[in-house]
Design a binder for this molecule. Structure first.
Ligand SMILES: [Zn+2]
Length: 93
C-alpha cells in the first residue's frame, strides 16, 4: 500500500486542519532493568526454563502498521489505529 507522506487532517490541539507529516511508529528499546524483564529472565533461567512452548507457526502472516502524525504547528504527535498490511510505503503525493 502506498500512503502519502503529508496528509491534511484535523488537529484537536490547534482546532483546525493542518498538513500533518506521516511516519511509521516503532516501539522503543526495552529496558533490561525493568521489573518485568528481570522477572522474565529469572523465570527462564535453569533447567526447564522455557515457560511456554515457542510458536512454531505464527497465527498471523502480517504485522500491524501504526501511522504517527505530527502537526507542524503545535508539534503534537498523534497515533492512529493499526492496520494489518503486508507492505506499507510512504510516497510523496
Ligand atoms: Zn496542531
Amino acid at each position: 500500500m502506498n500512503y502519502p507522506k503529508v496528509i491534511k487532517r484535523y488537529c484537536p490541539k490547534c482546532k483546525k486542519h493542518t498538513a500533518q507529516k506521516v511516519s511509521i511508529y516503532k516501539a522503543g528499546k526495552r529496558r533490561a532493568s525493568a521489573i518485568g524483564e528481570r522477572r522474565h529472565a529469572e523465570d527462564k533461567k535453569g533447567y526447564g526454563g522455557q515457560k511456554f512452548p515457542k510458536l512454531a507457526k505464527p497465527a498471523k502472516v502480517t504485522k500491524k502498521v501504526t501511522r504517527m502524525l505530527t502537526c507542524p504547528e503545535c508539534k503534537k504527535k498523534f497515533n492512529t489505529y493499526g492496520i494489518r498490511i503486508k507492505k506499507f510505503e510512504l510516497v510523496a503525493a
